[in-house]
Design a protein around this ligand. Structure first.
Ligand SMILES: NC(=O)c1ccc[n+]([C@@H]2O[C@H](COP(=O)([O-])OP(=O)(O)OC[C@H]3O[C@@H](n4cnc5c(N)ncnc54)[C@H](OP(=O)(O)O)[C@@H]3O)[C@@H](O)[C@H]2O)c1
Length: 264
């Protein structure tokens, strides 16, 4: 298969690190113009420069904006009004006992992980429909289907993304625009490294903590290791392409087999 995204513009939210950075790099390598996003101006520009260099694509640029806010979404839209591929990747996570999570945290998780993507889709997807082509992809998680006891608020947001993306796909049926979610499994990013460190404590070496995290926390993993961000990016790149024209309203897994159900 040859994936060529030349002539397409992609926006990847939260792409200064982790899975978002890997997705932005993969899309840029496939030829798309890419808007890199994070909250901090300097960090976002540095990430865009690194992605531009790694991909050899001069069409990579930075737009710093906090996508958890309406102003942030407006900033992005003003700076990049024509987007063909929207990847709602930004997300926060961290362990917290469910009965101790205050309202403010429930709201913050919803705003950052769900409403950010809803807002951007509301801005961009109708324009994709007018042009007759587009891709909106929500980066969800195995936690959407297997609520993690140690972060129920996070699981709630990842399940919500599946409903949002399915409903949006239904709303643009027959338009040439597809909307899907990708269920990423446990992936080795800085955020996860910190999360695992918090779970097991700094005194446990990371390799040991990683092994214990998979064995105790994600025992259904068939991969038996943390996924690499590039492995998520590969599926997102395919979904972003013309080749994935028949896949819409779907929840696709790049989860290392963690979710034990047969479908999806
Ligand atoms: N890693 C995993 O194991 C895993 C598994 C399943 C699903 N996922 C999902 O994959 C996505 C990315 O996870 P990750 O592990 O790669 O995260 P990460 O390494 O913590 O990176 C998060 C990114 O989001 C950005 N960000 C955070 N809040 C933002 C905001 N309000 N506005 C704009 N950017 C913001 C950060 O940029 P700045 O700090 O520069 O602003 C950073 O680039 C999340 O949706 C997560 O739920 C991850």
């Amino acid at each position: 298969m040859h994936i060529d995204l030349t002539g397409r513009t992609a926006l990847v939210t939260g792409s200064t690190s982790g899975i978002g950075q890997a997705i932005a790099t993969a899309l840029a390598r496939a030829g798309a113009g890419v808007v890199v996003n994070g909250r901090d101006e300097r960090r976002t520009e540095d990430a865009a420069a690194a992605i531009g260099e790694a991909s050899g694509n001069p069409g990579v640029r930075a737009v710093a904006a906090d996508v958890a806010t309406e102003e942030g979404a407006d900033t992005l839209f003003a700076a990049a009004p024509e987007v063909d591929i929207l990847v709602n990747n930004t997300g926060v996570y961290g362990p917290a006992p469910v009965f101790e999570i205050p309202d403010s945290e429930w709201r913050r998780y919803f705003e950052v992980n769900v409403l950010s993507g809803v807002r951007l889709a509301r801005l961009y997807v109708p324009r994709m429909v007018e042009r007759g082509w587009g891709r909106a992809i929500f980066i969800s998680s195995d936690s959407a289907m297997m609520t993690p006891t140690e972060m129920v608020h996070y699981g709630m947001t990842k399940t919500a993304q599946l409903a949002v993306s399915r409903g949006m796909a239904q709303s643009v049926a027959g338009s040439g625009v597809t909307v899907n979610s990708v269920l990423a499994g446990p992936t080795l990013t800085e955020g996860v490294q910190t999360f695992i460190g918090e779970l097991f404590g700094d005194e446990v070496p990371f390799e040991e903590a990683e092994r214990r995290f998979i064995a105790e926390g994600r025992p259904t993993s068939l991969l038996r290791r943390l996924i690499r961000p590039e492995e998520i990016a590969n599926l997102v790149t395919y979904l972003s392409s013309d080749l994935a024209s028949a896949t819409t309203g779907a929840a696709l897994r790049a989860d290392g087999g963690v979710v034990p159900t047969l479908i999806p």
